[in-house]
Design a protein around this ligand. Structure first.
Ligand code: ADP
Ligand code: MG
Length: 350
């Protein structure tokens, strides 16, 4: 397997030395991994792996001439899908995840796991992403999601030092990263659903067409859009400017799918964001998603609002922005979410 590495570019002809090497740039990870033993026959899954045990590093490295080969010494997370969602005009599923994590990382506002490799499904190999494993203890909700072992350390400092409060401040800082328009330079996925990120200069247009309208079309094709529901949703989209003040909106970088299952707390008590569906959108859409399924302590919201106070009327728009994710759940999981969708529609259009 050693021919897969470009050894001359790695070592040159120097007698001795050390140099940092990015494994993902220098090695074809996908061929290093024994996929059958890692993934078995499961269609999809995730597992923690120890690189030394599962990747054939030792046999790949010419130890006599190579020094300082920098490999991840920590555990890794491997996620795989044999049949990931795909769509024409969309990047491969895990490429979209990696690009989203990279965009979040670039802001230096909140920790995200480092991605080492990803690739589409080919032959027997499933589509995969390999990233840094984040050691996280089970959350203790009574102390704001603080992992048990970090709780005592932070206890004396009060709730301002909890991971929830940190996340609130860091998310507000993330939202300060802005663009000139709403959308993104590539499409991605929200859960398993394609997310249309074509740029728009108006947030009302973007949220109406690319978010609500896109989900409406999808639900229609799947037989989940009875006549009354469609009628109300069309009216809501047409009248969005009644509830949204375009002038008060900003294209902020959003995680995009921030529910309680998509943030972790590391061993040092720091929040970590995973599994994003990033785009530049109004920050109220993000906070509404946080509230939809719970999983964020009160100090998270307090810290966010302190760092960046809400625009007037924010609370009245929460269900409006939750509607996108409810429609997405309708499309992903079926009519079980129909009544929640209808309740939001009735609230705004009667
Ligand atoms: N980098 C990571 N380190 C440790 N655990 C992780 C990491 N990423 C994800 N997990 C765990 O796996 C779960 C699912 O991961 P996620 O990326 O959200 O995938 P899914 O697409 O299944 O939602 C998370 O809720 C978390 O418990
Ligand atoms: Mg997730």
């Amino acid at each position: 397997m050693s021919e897969q590495l470009d050894w001359s570019s790695l070592c040159g002809s120097a007698d001795s030395g050390s140099r940092p090497i990015e494994p993902e740039k220098q090695a074809d990870w996908s061929s290093l991994v024994d996929w059958t033993s890692l993934c078995g026959s499961a269609d999809s899954g995730s597992r923690r792996i120890e690189p030394e045990k599962h990747l054939g590093w030792t046999s790949l490295i010419d130890w006599s001439s190579l020094h300082g080969f920098s490999l991840p010494s920590q555990s890794l997370l491997l996620k795989w899908r044999r049949h990931p969602p795909q769509a024409a005009g969309w990047p491969p599923f895990f490429e979209a995840e990696a690009r989203g994590l990279a965009l979040l990382a670039q802001t230096n506002t909140v920790r995200v796991p480092r991605v080492y490799a990803h690739g589409p499904a080919t032959g027997a190999r499933p589509a995969f992403i390999v990233m840094e494993w984040v050691d996280s203890a089970p959350a203790r909700r009574d102390v704001g999601g603080l992992p048990a072992r970090a709780a005592d350390a932070a206890g004396a400092k009060g709730s301002a030092a909890t991971p929830g409060a940190l996340l609130g401040r860091q998310l507000a800082a993330l939202h300060c990263a802005t663009a000139d328009a709403y959308g993104l330079d590539h499409n991605n996925f929200c859960g398993d659903t394609p997310q249309d990120n074509r740029w728009a200069s108006s947030w009302v247009e973007f949220y109406g067409q690319r978010r609500l309208g896109f989900q409406m079309e999808l639900a229609g094709r799947r037989g989940l859009m009875p006549r009354e529901r469609r009628w109300r949703l069309e009216r809501l989209i047409a009248g969005l400017a009644r509830w949204i003040d375009e002038a008060a909106c900003r294209p902020s970088l959003l995680h995009g799918d921030l529910w309680g299952g998509n943030w972790l707390v590391d061993a040092a008590g720091r929040p970590v964001l995973i599994d994003p569906a990033v785009y530049y959108g109004d920050r109220e859409a993000e906070l509404a998603m946080c509230r939809l399924f719970g999983g964020f302590p009160p100090e998270f919201y307090r810290a966010y609002d302190e760092a960046w106070p809400p625009a007037p009327g924010r609370d009245e728009r929460i269900p409006l922005y939750q509607l996108y994710h409810l429609l997405n759940h309708l499309n992903l999981f079926g009519e079980g979410y129909g009544s929640q969708v209808d309740a939001v529609l009735q609230r705004y259009v009667g």
